[in-house]
Ligand binder design. Structure first.
Ligand code: ADP
Ligand code: MG
Length: 290
């Protein structure tokens, strides 16, 4: 794992994610002719992931918003694939693998963004992705990716950090896919202390050598110290900002708590209108139609 993946002075990547409505079938139908332009992917040889847990999850049962992102013809999916392309470039240039997804406040879309990004990264051929639910207080990633078992009933990160179980023994796999999940585990009484354990860094190193990407969902930065505690042991941080809601003062405060050098990008979530890319999308689509 490389430290300081996001270097000072680098231009920060920013993507805009629209609000996912329950019925976006019209847009989807309109988008039918749009072809995904994938970035060139180099052949990668990653070690085989030997997971020992029998727990599995099915992305077909994932939250409809996450499924919407994983659908190859949706506008919101396109934004995440743009993010994937830029992150893949950053990985080639700077070796980033372990990405912390966080935000200033609760409810901004961290879990949605982490699950969606992990899913989209795992859609790239040959790429194995580990999603870690490090929100030990309100674990939600499990349900979002379609795990049937309730959060807290399966072993996960808390047991790993307490040294009770090996990380590879608690990772669940997606049915027929390359997305893996380390659940949060039992909700502990002392999440910040647990996350300060040196076992976290060791486990992330192990995960980074076994997976192509490690995406970590976390609690909000300003309310709790958990995300700031994890910041030094990840390669880069993606900051989720709820568009037109989160005051810029809070975003700045979160940035300074995390350390601005580590932040490699900002996900503007729930934007009402996508300007440049939205225009391009329709332009491209109209041209396709002639
Ligand atoms: N772009 C979006 N469009 C629609 N709903 C969203 C979007 N982003 C997040 N949500 C929803 O908002 C709620 C809060 O998001 P969540 O990811 O759980 O926030 P956080 O993890 O930051 O607390 C969830 O129900 C989630 O599905
Ligand atoms: Mg969350």
């Amino acid at each position: 794992m490389k430290q300081g993946g996001a270097e000072k002075g680098k231009r920060i990547l920013e993507i805009a994610v629209p609000r996912v409505e329950a019925s976006q079938s019209v847009r989807e139908a309109e988008a039918e002719e749009v072809q995904e332009v994938s970035p060139p992917v180099e052949a990668v040889v990653a070690p085989r992931v030997e997971i020992h847990s029998t727990v599995q999850f099915d992305l077909k049962a994932a939250d409809y918003r996450v499924k919407h992102v994983l659908d190859p013809i949706t506008l919101v999916g396109e934004q995440f694939r743009r993010l994937r392309a830029i992150l893949s470039l950053m990985q080639k240039q700077r070796g980033i693998k372990a990405l912390l997804v966080t935000s200033a406040c609760p409810g901004e879309g961290k879990t949605f963004a982490a699950c969606s990004l992990a899913g989209v990264l795992a859609q790239e051929p040959g790429r194995r992705v580990l999603l870690v639910d490090a929100d030990l207080r309100k674990p939600r990633a499990e349900k979002q990716v379609g795990m049937k078992a309730d959060a807290g009933t399966v072993t996960g990160l808390s047991e790993v950090l307490r040294g009770e179980i090996d990380i590879m023994d608690s990772i669940a796999g997606s049915l027929g896919g390359d997305l893996f999940l380390l659940p949060a585990g039992k909700i502990p009484a002392n999440p910040s202390e647990l996350l300060s354990s040196p076992i976290l860094e060791k486990s992330l190193k192990m995960a980074s050598s076994a997976f192509d990407w490690v995406v970590i969902d976390s609690p909000p930065v300003l309310a709790l110290s958990d995300a700031s505690v994890m910041a030094p042991v990840v390669d880069a941080i993606l900051l989720v900002v709820q568009a037109a809601v989160t005051p810029s003062k809070l975003v700045k405060e979160a940035t300074s708590r995390l350390g601005p050098q580590k932040i490699c990008g900002v996900v503007m979530n729930r934007v009402k209108y996508l300007r440049a890319s939205h225009y391009y999308y329709h332009y491209y689509h109209d041209k396709e139609r002639g």
